[in-house]
Design a protein. Structure first.
Length: 632
């Protein structure tokens, strides 16, 4: 064994026995890479052979380590000044070139490129862009096959802006007014379901169908054929005699079935799950508006007396007056309010409403506290082309019954007023957009409740996709909304609801949803789905409202009002309806249901200024340029 120019040695000596005059061995192991190694063989009693030079390469990657860029501090949403740098080494600390390093972000922002290849000295780097939230943000680098070796990086993001101006809590009312807290769609703590319904979702492969969310699935001919196929498969099942099909949603590859005996519901669901063509079977969950209200009558409309001064705190908080100097909206932008319906005869909003909405509220019986029942649909005919809310009842959560008609209601009308009550017309309130088209889609009934299946159909219709028409076919809106507002939600998820959000997003609609009013981190659906833009609420001080949900599933916050910050003066004033007298009114509510339409309204303003923005670009504009209000 001879020495070499760069050091290193054999791992051990090797002896081989000559056979037919030839000796071989294959246990040459060296610990350093480089050129200049020389090897010679020696046999007893013979002169050594001439030495032979060779080159040794590095071994496979054994570990990855941080070399630079860790521990930096910079404003949220910006690029760190020093790139992240890692080194890849083999088991003998030789630098490994040509190894693929993958970057992952575990808390906020990005590293670019997502993958890099090590250079001749085993180094790879990445440009770190911080996320938009202040606080600690982490990232990591890894090499495939090295599960036990990861290079971890941490950076501190500082707030990228502060809220300026002085906010006071003196009354902003033009005249005395009693407030109604937000009748938001935060459901009770426990999930609620219809008693006798199941939603069956088929696998796309079993039906020979495109995947859920694909454009091909929205073609009328495809939808019609899949509707027939789904009904045919269900009718052929052994359990078919125990249920009947209430509706089919081809765009979701789903059907709503009603079991004939509710006591057999779980057994029928289990039997359906045995069919390999069926992807999921779930109960049809319920979402209910929180209609607990403070005492007091609502304010009557003041004809010709603009109420904008009462709205100034929440519109000023998001800098709308300056935005309006750029654009006040456009009739070319269509948004959809998927809620409990609308009133076309409210003077503040009527001018911006479209007449191509739809009603997806199923007919079910709801108990009245005074005895008897009412029809949840309220109009006697279930699914139809009329999204008007015919009635609105206060709800007693303790007794689970409807109390009576409310003097201040129509949640969807209140939401629509914030998005786009006609501006600068001398009537009532002003919307975030003075001009915009608002499509009303009714999915919640007269008691404030709606099912996952009904809401999913409303989302599809809002986005211009085929929805179940309640009569064995499908109905499709004449155009697709660019933004869909969902000021509603429930504590449990649903495959059907999630698929509807995915389909709407893929069709080009930004889905904006309220995060909930539970003052904790419990997720609310559909807001908690990653495709939805989840909105929490702040009060007049710009801080999280006392009631607002928060946490990792929330994406952005907006003014939702907070009675605790200064009474009724600092809740959100908008259009509403007195269902006792049948007259339009204006009333002040607070909740994440009021925050979401502020975001929807701003999104519509952005589209008025730049209609070419994609869903991803629109979402990025909203989140990137939001003011950082502190820890999420």
């Amino acid at each position: 064994l001879g020495s070499n120019a760069v050091g290193g040695a054999l791992a051990g000596t090797t002896t081989a026995l000559a056979v037919a005059g030839v000796a071989t061995f294959n246990d040459l192991r060296l610990d350093k890479r480089g050129a200049g190694y020389r090897l010679r063989a020696v046999a007893a009693g013979l002169a050594p052979d001439t030495s032979d030079a060779f080159t040794v390469r590095a071994g496979p990657p054994a570990r990855i380590t941080v070399q630079g860029g860790n521990g930096q501090t910079a404003p949220a949403g910006t690029v760190l000044p020093i790139p992240y740098l890692v080194a890849v080494r083999d088991a003998f600390d030789n630098p490994v070139s040509g190894a693929t390093v993958s970057w992952s972000v575990t808390a906020g922002g990005t590293v670019s490129p997502a993958q890099a290849v090590t250079d001749s000295i085993g180094h790879a780097s990445g440009i770190r862009t911080l996320g938009v939230h202040a606080g600690t943000q982490t990232a990591a680098a890894a090499v495939g096959g090295l599960a036990d070796s990861i290079a971890s990086f941490s950076a501190t993001a500082t707030p990228n802006a502060t809220i300026s101006g002085k906010i006071t809590t003196t009354s902003g009312f033009l005249s005395p007014i009693a407030t109604v807290p937000a009748p938001t769609a935060t459901a009770a703590a426990q999930p609620a379901y219809t008693a006798d319904e199941l939603i069956v979702t088929y696998r796309a492969s079993a039906l020979g169908a495109p995947p859920v969310g694909s454009a091909a699935l929205a073609a009328p001919a495809t939808a019609a054929g899949l509707g027939v196929a789904i009904r045919g498969r269900l009718s052929a099942l052994p359990a078919a005699a125990q249920f009947h099909v209430r509706g089919v949603s081809p765009a979701l590859l789903a059907a709503r079935v009603q079991v004939r005996d509710s006591l057999q519901r779980d057994a029928i669901a289990a039997a359906l799950r045995h069919d390999p063509a069926i992807e999921s079977v779930e109960r049809n969950g319920l979402v209910r508006l929180d209609t607990h209200r403070r005492s007091g009558a609502a304010m009557a409309a003041v004809p010709g007396d603009p109420l904008y001064p009462r709205q100034a705190w929440h519109y000023g908080l998001i800098d709308l007056p300056r935005a309006w100097a750029i654009t006040t909206g456009s009739a070319a932008v269509l948004v959809a309010v998927v809620d409990n319906g609308i009133r076309y005869d409210h003077p503040a909003v009527a001018g911006n409403l479209t007449h191509d909405g739809y009603d997806f509220v199923s007919r079910t019986s709801v108990k009245q506290c005074s005895g008897g029942t009412i029809d949840e649909a309220g109009d006697g005919d279930g699914y139809d082309a009329d999204p008007v809310q015919p009635a609105d009842y206060d709800w007693d959560f303790k007794r689970s019954c409807a109390i009576g008609l409310t003097t201040s209601g129509n949640h969807g009308l209140h939401v629509a007023g914030t998005i786009g009550a006609v501006g600068n017309d001398g009537v009532g309130v002003t919307g975030v957009n003075w001009t915009v088209r608002i499509r009303p889609v009714r999915v919640l009934g007269v008691s404030g409740a709606g099912s996952f299946y009904d809401i999913a159909q409303g989302i599809l219709y809002a986005a211009g996709l085929p929805a179940d028409d309640g009569g064995g076919g499908t109905v499709t809106a004449p155009s697709a909304a660019r933004v869909v507002n969902l000021s509603l939600g429930g504590p449990s998820g649903s495959t059907t609801l999630h698929n509807a959000v995915i389909a709407a997003t893929n069709a080009g609609a930004l889905v904006v949803a309220s995060a909930g009013n539970d003052a904790n981190t419990s997720p609310l659906y559909p807001a908690a789905y990653p495709e939805a833009l989840s909105v929490s609420a702040v009060g007049p001080d710009g801080l999280l409202a006392t009631y607002s949900s928060y946490g990792s599933t929330v994406d952005i916050a907006a003014p939702g009002g907070d009675f605790a910050d200064g009474g009724a003066s600092f809740t959100v004033l908008s259009s509403a309806w007195n269902f006792v007298t049948g007259t339009p009114i204006y009333d002040a509510w607070d909740g994440t249901s009021m925050a979401a339409p502020h975001v929807t309204g701003v999104a519509a303003l952005l589209l008025a200024q730049n209609p070419s923005l994609t869903v991803a670009q629109l979402r990025a504009r909203l989140t990137t340029y939001a003011v950082d209000a502190g820890a999420p």
